[in-house]
Each structure stands twice: as C-alpha cells, then as structure tokens.
Design a protein around this ligand. Structure first.
Ligand SMILES: [Zn+2]
Length: 417
C-alpha cells in the first residue's frame, strides 16, 4: 500500500468512526432502528425485494407507533437504494435508518449510508432493534495490521491471515505421522526413525505452505504468530524450516490446543497482549520522535495555530492527531478581511469572536464551522503530509491529547513558527 492510499484509508476510517459515534448515541423508543449490511456481490434489486418484504411484514407489528416508525425507515432505505445501479460499491455498504428519540417525546428520522468500508462486508444482514448495529463496522475500523498465522501439531496445520480484527483461514495440511505406538514386529529403532522422518517431512510441508502465502507479502506484513502445543511449535521454529526472512518476523509463539481452523482464532486470542503492544508501538515511535525534537531539536510543532501554519507552508512531514480529539474549528472573517480561527468542543455552540487585530466582534455561520480533523487533513492532503492517528492508550499518547491539544507535527525543516 502506498502512503497516499494509506492516508486515504485513514481519512475514510476517521469519517466512518465519526458517523458510528453518532449512530451509537441514538436510541429508538421501540424496536424500530433498521440496519442493513450489504456485500458488494449482492444485487441491489434483491435488497429492494427484501426491504419490500420486511415492509409488508411490519404491518403485523402491534404498536402503531413502532409499526409506522419501522415502515418509514424501510421506505427511506428504499429511496436511498434508488441511487445505486445493479450492485453496491466496492466492499459493499451499510444503511442505517430509523426514528430516533430526540427527547421530550419527539422523534427524528435519521438515515445514513456508509459506502465501501475498509474491508469487504461478507454477508447480508438485516437488523431491526432499539439501537443500530454498528459492531461489525467497528471491528473493521478497530485495528490496523496484517499478520501471518500458523498453528500446528504433528498431525495437522493451518495457516491464514489476521487482517485488522478479521481472521482469514487460507490453507491446511494433515500429516501421515504415525502415532507413538508401534505395531508388532517392527523394530523400535526403525519405527522411531520413520516417525522422525515423517515429522520432518510434515514440518517441511507446513513451512512450504507458509512460505507460499507469506513470502510475497513479507514487506507488507507486520509479523507472524505461531501457535500449537509444546513442543511441536518449538521444534518447528527451532528447526529452520521457515524461510529465514519469515523466521525473523515471528513475533511470538503461543500455546493453543486446537490446530484446525478454530486454532487460528485461538491463536489470535492468545496473542492479544502482543498484538495490543504492537499496535501502539508505531504510535509510540512517532511520539518518541516528537518529544525528542521538542526537547533537543527544532522539528516539532504543536497546537492548532502553529501546526496549521506549518502545514500551510508545506513544512510538516507527519501530522500527529490524537484518536480521541473531538473538536470543531470555526473560521471567522471580520469586516476588515482578517481571517481567524477558534477551536470549539464538538457539542458547544458556535461563539462570537473578537478579531484580535481590529477588535471587531464577528459572528459565524453554520458553514464556517468544520470538523477540526477534516480541516487539518484537507490541508495535509494538499501538501503531501502524512497523517498519523495516535492512540491515547499510552502515556505520551495521552499527553498529546491533554497537553498539546491533540495536534502536533514533525517538521521537514525548521520554520521558526
Ligand atoms: Zn479584524
């Protein structure tokens, strides 16, 4: 993945995360919020059919209020589906629709469509409940990373991928290694030798399978996890079976009892700690560099004003944004043409502003207010600046949010700003 493609997905993920956060806050007064997950190979016409069917079945709902709400939601979904041709966009789409509680006994109709999530939607899902079904999407957005998975014992092996939070089994093999009991008449020595040979052959086969899958992707991959009972996985790893570059990227070995496909899932469970560490490791490295520049160098910038100024100059190499930053920015232009900005909380009303240069009071319109991260990422995109979202799950990540306003940058050159 090129870094601009990566930026694109980071930005898209941020957009998705924002919508999901809103959706999670909504509640229906009854079972009346509809969510539909549509894979990209599902014909839109068949979705329309399904929705029509649900609409007619909804006439059986006893509560008039819920019945009307569900049918309104379904009608709104059908209206949205008209915008699509034969198939949904790549990776599919998710539609949310329903009458949400807006307090004081009033309801508001909300319909949101999220197209082309970062990973493909795998199956069609129709969901009607008192809240929207956001978990499958959240899982897609949850983690970064591509990891190779290997589970094996002496009888069986499976290899696959961990993509974000999704396990993808790819290949399996089973062995002809005989059990420990030899048959009568066979010499013990010969039996032991044959058995070792068979084990060796099997390990080679498993390594071949892993090499086929992982070697081409070794530069995109974040690491390999190996699972199985002892001592099989140790024998396998110590025995130089894997391609040497793959062996270097093994992040850890884990005790796992099953070695069928379910073993791949067990392996991911067992490796949670390592995976969590890994995920914030990259964020940690960025923040270490920022602090080093802040204390001993001159390539650090932080806070909205200076970071924005540096961004506009094209001087920012990497823009660091706290994942938990939830602010808007308002752009004010006074009668004398002075443009100034104020950062406000997402839920705060837009304040009036006093121009710092001429003291005039300036009011702002709705369209002068924008999501702070969108605002900065748009400038970053135009200047070829990479944006990195930094988790708050470690000390320096928390400091970025609390001490630096959630915004910082590592500069290409010293600008004196
Ligand atoms: Zn002014």
């Amino acid at each position: 993945m090129s870094s601009s493609e990566q930026d694109q997905t980071d930005k898209q993920k941020y957009e998705f995360r924002k919508v999901i956060e809103d959706l999670k806050e909504y509640e229906g007064s009854g079972t009346q919020l509809v969510t539909i997950y549509i894979p990209d190979d599902r014909q839109v016409s068949s979705v329309v059919e399904h929705v029509t069917q649900e609409h007619s079945e909804a006439s059986n709902i006893k509560s008039k209020q819920t019945r009307t709400a569900v049918q309104d939601a379904l009608t709104s979904i059908k209206d949205r589906l008209r915008y699509y041709d034969t198939y949904p966009p790549e990776n599919g789409m998710v539609i949310f629709s329903g009458a949400i509680d807006s307090g004081g006994g009033r309801t508001d109709m909300v319909t949101k469509v999220l197209e082309s999530p970062p990973q493909p939607i795998e199956s069609f899902r129709y969901h009607c409940d008192s809240d929207f079904l956001t978990e499958p999407l959240e899982e897609m957005l949850g983690d970064k990373g591509l990891f190779g998975l290997i589970v094996l014992d002496r009888r069986e092996a499976n290899v696959g991928w961990l993509k974000g939070k999704r396990v993808e089994p790819v290949k399996s093999a089973s062995s002809l290694v005989p059990g420990k009991q030899r048959k009568g008449g066979q010499s013990a020595q010969r039996f032991a030798r044959l058995r070792l040979e068979a084990i060796d052959n099997f390990y080679q086969e498993v390594a071949g399978m892993a090499d086929d899958l992982f070697v081409d992707q070794r530069h995109e991959m974040d690491g390999i996890l190996v699972g199985g009972p002892s001592p099989t996985k140790d024998e396998f790893l110590d025995g130089d079976y894997l391609h040497h570059e793959l062996r270097d990227s093994v992040l850890g070995k884990f005790d796992v009892s099953y070695t069928d496909e379910s073993g791949l899932y067990d392996l991911v469970d067992a490796a949670q700690e390592v995976l969590g560490e890994y995920e914030i490791m990259q964020d940690k490295t960025e923040m270490e560099e920022f602090f080093k520049e802040l204390h001993d160098g001159n390539l650090a910038t932080y806070g909205f004003g200076p970071t924005r100024e540096n961004l506009i100059m094209g001087a920012v190499d990497r823009l660091l944004i706290s994942e938990d930053l939830r602010k808007d920015v308002v752009t004010y232009e006074c009668e004398n043409g002075h443009e100034e900005h104020e950062v406000v909380d997402r839920r705060e009303d837009t304040p009036d502003h006093e121009c710092s240069r001429c003291g005039e009071t300036v009011e702002a319109d709705e369209e002068d207010r924008e999501d702070l991260i969108d605002h900065l990422m748009n400038i970053a995109d135009q200047r070829g600046t990479e944006t990195k979202f930094i988790s708050t799950d470690f000390e320096k990540g928390e400091q970025l949010l609390n001490a630096f306003g959630g915004i910082a940058g590592i500069l290409r050159y010293d600008t004196g700003v």
